[in-house]
Design a protein around this ligand. Structure first.
Ligand code: S3P
Length: 449
């Protein structure tokens, strides 16, 4: 009771209102969150030094850096770069205290994979949002590897992990399209003998596979009728490597969306990751008639990168198939804002997984739009948005400790008749430190309320 009240006292409400001029300019967004977590983790499991440029210095990733340090790796800064002196596979040591992964599901689940094949006693927890999220999806396969997990009811954090001394390699078909689960199993496979095999019915982001290869692991990926097969040879020697983290396409989505929405805007976000398993939003936006162009396409650190330019566009409604969800899973809140501004009824299908993100994003996204006068329905796991092109606004959006809801609502306020108020901007820093500064630099009107 008391802590909930104290938490409310430290909320940071923010207001977003229509800018008086179009958005313009060029900017780059912070490093990719998924790649940043992995660079620190794989670096800690490698022999020798890993140098990371462009690491996302958001709260989620800093938790991973602290956890790797607590497990015995040396993590330090060298100017703008980060250095990790790894312990080698199987070489992590028992931490002195509980590992608190804050708001980050990726950090908690990938860490569970690493720890499943280290014979250590480790307790993992998180903030009140993360403590609500299901861990069963990693606990179940990692128990089959030989690890023991003790969790709160419903497989929630805090959880205690007793890693296996003699791990078994796993053959596992993913029951949910989740790169976090896939990566947890691969990370456990690193310290298991023989081959770890995974079949994923729908391809999910493949940053773990790309980076493992980059660190010298033997990993093959083949497509079959039943899905994508991944095969990792256990106990390789990972060698420290240089990693250049591209800009996060999931963060770039917010300024790009604002430029599509505010009349006469024209902006470029440079150096954005364009991994095809992450670009479902851009495909969807093109179907909506968005003017988006990609220039200066290049490969950086095994990932495709480019500069994305967005110009104001009259958007039309869209029907997004469920199979596209893994390639844009984090982009539905901002897509819903774009659909509210588009003319016609949009249907975003098959969004079960949104219910277990940093918040129940399906309900919270619908509530964000409703409180601002948009007509929205949830039908089973589909989100249906009736766009009229004119949004009243004037609502107070509850962000539920969810960074992407907070940023989506602030973008929404750029085109509503009345300003949009959010209850709390603090969690934006988990993935996009500097968001408000960047948006204001492009001409957006967002400020503390
Ligand atoms: C992530 C995978 C996605 C995504 C999350 C980051 C990752 O989660 O929502 O923000 O880095 O592997 P799921 O794999 O659970 O869908």
């Amino acid at each position: 009771m008391l802590s909930a009240r104290m938490d409310k006292l430290s909320l940071r409400p923010h207001l977003s209102r229509r800018p008086s001029a179009p958005l313009s300019g060029r900017a780059s967004v912070p490093g990719d969150k998924s790649i940043s977590h992995r660079a620190l983790m794989f670096g800690a499991l490698a022999v020798g030094q890993t140098r990371i440029s462009g690491l996302l210095e958001g709260d989620d990733v800093l938790r991973t850096a602290a956890a790797m340090q607590a497990l015995g790796a040396e993590v330090s800064r060298d100017g703008a770069d980060w250095l990790v002196a790894g312990r080698g596979i199987g070489g992590l040591t028992e931490p002195e205290d509980v590992l608190d992964m804050g708001n980050s599901g990726t950090a908690a689940r990938l860490l569970a994979g690493i720890l499943a094949t280290h014979p250590l006693y480790v307790v993992v927890t998180g903030d009140s949002s993360l403590r609500k999220r299901p861990m069963g999806r990693v606990v179940e396969p990692l128990c089959a590897v030989g690890a023991q997990f003790f969790t709160r009811a419903g497989n929630r954090l805090p959880m205690t992990i007793l890693g296996a001394r003699d791990p078994m390699p796993l053959s596992y078909r993913l029951p949910v399209a989740s790169a976090q689960v896939k990566s947890a199993v691969l990370l456990a496979g690193l310290n298991s003998p023989g081959f770890t095999e995974i079949e994923e019915p729908e391809p999910t982001r493949d940053h773990s596979e790309n980076m493992l290869r980059h660190f010298g692991a033997e990993i093959s990926v083949t497509d079959a009728a039943t899905g994508r097969h991944i095969r990792l040879r256990g106990q390789p020697e990972l060698r420290g490597a240089d990693i250049a983290v591209p800009g996060d396409p999931s963060s770039a989505a917010f300024p790009l969306a604002a430029a599509l929405l505010v009349p006469d805007s024209h902006i470029t976000i440079s150096g954005t990751g364009l991994n095809p398993l992450r670009t479902g939003l851009f495909l969807t936006l093109r179907e909506m008639g968005a003017k988006l162009t990609v220039t200066a396409q290049r490969q950086e650190g095994g990932e495709p990168v480019g500069d994305i330019t967005a110009s104001y566009s009259e958007l039309r409604a869209v029907d997004v198939p469920p199979g596209r969800a893994p390639s844009m899973i984090d982009e539905y809140p901002i897509l819903a804002v774009l659909c509210a501004a588009a003319r016609g009824t949009s249907r975003l299908r098959g969004l079960t997984e949104l219910r277990v993100k940093e918040s129940d994003r399906l309900s919270a996204t619908a509530a964000m739009l409703r409180v601002n006068g948009v007509n929205v329905e949830i039908e089973d796991d589909d989100l249906i948005i009736h766009g009229t092109g004119a949004i009243p606004g004037g609502g107070l959006v509850e962000t539920h400790m969810d960074h992407r809801l907070a940023m989506s609502a602030l973008v929404l306020g750029q085109i509503t008749a009345q300003p949009v108020l959010i209850d709390d901007a603090r969690f934006i820093d988990t993935s996009f430190p500097g968001f408000l500064h960047l948006m204001r630099g492009l001409g957006a009107q967002m400020a503390a309320a």
